[in-house]
Design a protein. Sequence first.
Length: 385
Amino acid sequence: MKVALVCLQPLDNLGGMQTRIKVLSSALVSKGIEVVIVQPKDAYINSKKFYDNALHSFDHIILPKTASTNPLMRIRLFSSINRDNIMCSMDKMGVDIIDTYYPQIGIKKENPIPIVYTSVSGIDYTIELLKLRQFRYSSLFLLNNIVEHCYINSVDHFIIENTIQKDRLIHTYGIPESKVTIAPTGINENHVEKSQMSRIKDKEKITLMYSGRLSYYKGMNELLTAYRSISRLCKRCELWIFGDGPMMNEMITYCKKNNLNSVHFGGRISQEENIKQVSQCDIFIHPSYIESLPSAIIEAMALKKPVISTSVGAISRDLIVNDYNGILIPPKNADKLVSAVLDLIDQPEKQEIIGKNAGKSVLHYTHKNMINQTIGVYKKVLSEF
């Protein structure tokens, strides 16, 4: 079997899509499945670190250079001429199946190669971004998502992250349930196991942690506003923030202005290092306004940490049952966040119970399961094509 993985983004980035492709591509090759990675020239160049450090080599199809972060350029990239050339190149290389995040690659009703469309977020996430008016190219991303969904009839199978996406495909777009597979990217179970074995915790401090993009729609205003109140009531508390983003400087300035000396910024770190840091915290906080199925929460739950999260996206539907394996609060509500944190601090036994339940709840969210499910989809599609 030869699989073409289509990715317009640099693989050196830490996003969900990039993580999935990096994990999947290496696993496929290790299982004797040939992989062709399809990327624009600029994304290929900016994936150098991944390719240099990869344990396996991959074939490539390099597309015309494009501003891959601009959805308008993305739409142009898959014009009929370019699309035909791409499909022709894949056919010549002996590609058996295409796994893509961009279904417009196969607009023709009769594609020479079967197409699997993998989506890590979906149109609902993009619509919420647009409502916030805080996302560059947000209207173009919405346009691109609409264009993508105009082409879904050319897709042979869908791999998605959560039940919300599944319901939309089945009930809104009329896709048969047999053509939809939920296979979340999950987490690296080996990293989790290593972190649990090497855990050393300062018992004198209560460590709160956030990991992710530092931006408005991730709830950073509420995080710092809430912690300002928490730090006055709990002198043993500290807050570690990992990640980067457009609000980094603003957040640092806010902490200095309000003498929040117990807030520490750790910057952008690898997934393995992030798991190590989560293993050292007492409470993990995820105050986002919008989400799909965040790996940051899954990692924290796998490490048996009590998670306080907003009840958005698939979090409240697929991951957290309030007061059982996590704490759910409404978005944009710093007061509720303060109450939730203080409640857990006052009840160490509740922290432990919720953490244990969390660990049991996410045992199936692993890279290994994602890889096996994805290969199963490939085999099913090829047998039916």
